[in-house]
Write a protein that binds this ligand. Structure first.
Ligand SMILES: *Cc1c(COP(=O)(O)O)cnc(C)c1O
Length: 361
């Protein structure tokens, strides 16, 4: 077996320990006589998995009691569509700050049912920065302000929690949740598809201040109602139980490794190694993002000569480094270096980049 270092943005690399445990438990979970994925979600075994996963996620992220945690299917994009239905009334003003592709996606999901107002955007400069606070045009009567904590494609990450007064701040943390300590109390809602930093694709975490669930929202089916979903323990219908179980294993692995403080330190070292390889290449590689807000999770970079891209990717594959092709929206390369990416993987990538440059530079 030869597992490569996998820099894919999502679905993304998982900790080997998690995959091994899932493998060991695949045929029989404990002494249940069946796999967890074959058992009723209402049975004792799965209920325990679900409850422990929530308790351990609460411990990992220090989630206060006045916040509910929901586990939902449909991915982060579905949450983007359901936030306006649950937390804004029809046609109500909602503020969006655009710092990359996923902010734009969030706007598309909301635009049909609320009055989307772009309070700030860095689109004019190619999403290479976070717009300065002074340039944000927030609406007093907005239902919420939406930001993307880390833009997975453009590689831009908030370093400070924006201040939005009495208007609750909603944040898409799909690609940076659990990458560093998080002050949940500063947010109205935080959501994350699991497939970047929390486990396999197929389940999404929504952390929401409980009082916001009292809002009437808009006419919607029960299945789209977060208040009803909470009352049903995120099991209004059959939940993605395998994904929930895998998310639980991943969260426990993060706690065992030392929690978010430890990952913040590792992630800072990994990002520094990679940006040093880019910035120190004399222009052979480049990343155009404003340095203070460069993402520590997703590092997009370009070769000075795009005709070398194919050779770079082929050589990387040979060196056991996969998933480096950039997203089609921006092109070039992208290295996603989530919590499950070992430091040795980033060092191997930096070494390969130096070798390739010396051969081709
Ligand atoms: C991947 C991603 C999404 C989309 O997630 P889906 O689960 O595919 O809907 C949304 N926002 C961000 C920041 C992402 O990284």
């Amino acid at each position: 077996m030869s597992r490569a270092y996998n820099f894919s943005a999502g679905p993304a690399t998982l900790p080997e320990a998690v995959l091994r445990q899932a493998q060991a438990e695949l045929l029989e979970f404990g002494d249940a006589g069946a796999s967890i994925v074959e058992l009723s979600h209402r049975g004792a075994e799965f209920m325990e998995v679900a409850q422990r996963t929530e308790a351990e996620l609460r411990a990992l992220l220090s989630i206060p009691d006045d916040y509910a945690v929901l586990f939902t299917a449909g991915g982060a994009t579905t949450v983007q569509a359901l936030l306006p239905l649950n937390f804004a009334h029809p046609g109500q003003r909602c503020d969006y700050v655009l710092t990359g592709h996923w902010g734009r996606t969030a706007v598309k999901q909301a635009a049909a049912v609320v009055d989307v107002h772009i309070a700030a955007s860095s689109e004019a400069t190619g999403f290479d920065r976070i717009p300065a606070d002074a340039d944000w045009q927030l609406s007093k009567d907005a239902a919420y302000v939406h930001v993307t904590a880390n833009e997975t494609i453009h590689g831009v990450e908030f370093r400070d929690v924006p201040t939005t007064g009495d208007v609750p701040l909603f944040a898409d943390f799909s690609s940076s949740i659990a990458s560093e300590p998080l002050d949940v109390s500063r947010y109205g809602a935080i959501y994350a598809g699991a497939q970047k930093n929390l486990g396999p694709v197929g389940i999404t975490v929504l952390i929401v201040r409980r009082d916001l669930l009292q809002r009437a929202g808009q006419p919607r089916a029960d299945i789209f109602d977060y208040g009803l979903q909470l009352a049903a323990g995120s099991m209004l219908n059959t939940p993605p139980s395998w994904n929930w179980y895998m998310l639980g294993l991943t969260v426990r692995w993060m706690l065992d490794e030392g929690g978010v403080t430890e990952f913040a330190a590792r992630n800072a070292r990994k990002a520094a190694t990679l940006y040093r390889a880019i910035d120190g290449s004399g222009g052979f590689y480049r990343n155009a993002v404003d340095p203070p807000v460069r993402s520590r999770m997703n590092v997009p970079f370009f070769l000075h000569d795009a005709s070398l891209d194919g050779a770079f990717l082929a050589g990387a594959r040979e060196a056991g480094l996969i998933g480096l092709k950039g997203h089609k929206v921006v092109g070039g390369m992208r290295a996603s270096i989530y919590n499950a990416m070992p430091e040795a993987g980033v060092q191997a990538l930096a070494a390969y980049m130096a070798d390739f440059m010396h051969e081709r530079g």
